[in-house]
Design a protein around this ligand. Structure first.
Ligand code: 8X3
Length: 250
């Protein structure tokens, strides 16, 4: 039977690439994002491959999350796969200079938003005793780097929550895992540096991961046999050895 996947942050980057990858394989899609125009375009593009429903909300807004997910039409109500992808970095400052709004934005989306969406979806999975949750972590969830402080903390929290979910949902046969990418060339750095030209340097001088590389891995993870769960996967571009070591040719 065709599966249904809900993807947060589907309008760009890894979420967008994952939506396209899943669509190729006919998976029914619930695409969530803050930008209605992008959701509309995506729906138009993917409609020919699979059933698509869009939900326009900000995962930071608790009520909006529950209203949107509770409003799903009957034929999209059963969510087999949840991809908790939405999240961002804001700023790259030493802790003593950190901006409170940046901190709030990261904790509210990367940690609390992920929790709200999970809370809205998990009850139907426990009821059916099936489901698959993939949280998009980061290499920043595995190690802390200079000025990464709060972003790294938020991604460490994502990995802790992944473990917590896997433990608590174990009796229900629900798969839970995390995919943790290093440097992926997306709007990520534009957002982190608030449009500053410095963002352009992040992906220069080496071949960064592309969003499609991660989408490919996510599709691999969701297509393993029922007894196989990809619990935790760290993915770097070949040029990257750690958060602070990248072999660049400039
Ligand atoms: C994105 C990777 O190195 O910018 O999560 O933290 S990094």
């Amino acid at each position: 039977m065709t599966k249904t996947a809900l993807i947060t942050g589907a309008t760009s980057g890894i979420g967008y690439a994952t939506a396209n990858e899943f669509a190729k394989h006919g998976i029914a899609l619930i695409l969530c994002g803050r930008r209605q125009d992008r959701l509309d375009t995506l729906k138009k593009d993917l409609d020919k491959h699979c059933r698509v429903h869009t939900l326009n909300f900000d995962i930071k807004d608790k009520n909006a999350v529950f209203n949107a997910i509770n409003s799903l039409p009957e034929d999209f109500k059963t969510i087999d796969i949840l991809i908790n992808n939405a999240g961002n970095a804001h700023g790259l400052d030493p802790i003593q200079d950190g901006n409170l709004d940046d901190w709030d934005a990261m904790m509210d989306s990367n940690v609390k938003g992920l929790l709200y969406v999970s809370k809205a979806v998990i009850p139907q999975m426990t009821k059916r005793q099936s489901g698959h949750i993939i949280n998009i972590g980061s290499s920043a969830g595995k190690e802390v780097y200079p000025n990464g402080n709060v972003y790294c903390a938020s991604k460490h929290a994502v990995l802790a929550l992944t473990e917590g979910m896997r433990i608590d949902l174990n009796p229900f046969g629900i798969k839970v895992g995390a995919i943790s990418p290093g440097l992926v060339e997306t709007e990520f750095s534009q957002v982190r540096f608030k449009g500053d030209a410095i963002a352009d340097n992040v992906y220069q001088g080496y071949k960064a991961l592309q969003p499609e590389d991660i989408a490919d891995i996510i599709y691999f993870a969701i297509t393993r046999p029922p007894h196989v769960n990809i619990a935790d996967l760290l993915v770097f571009p070949t040029a990257q050895a750690s958060s602070t070591l990248v072999k660049k040719e400039l």
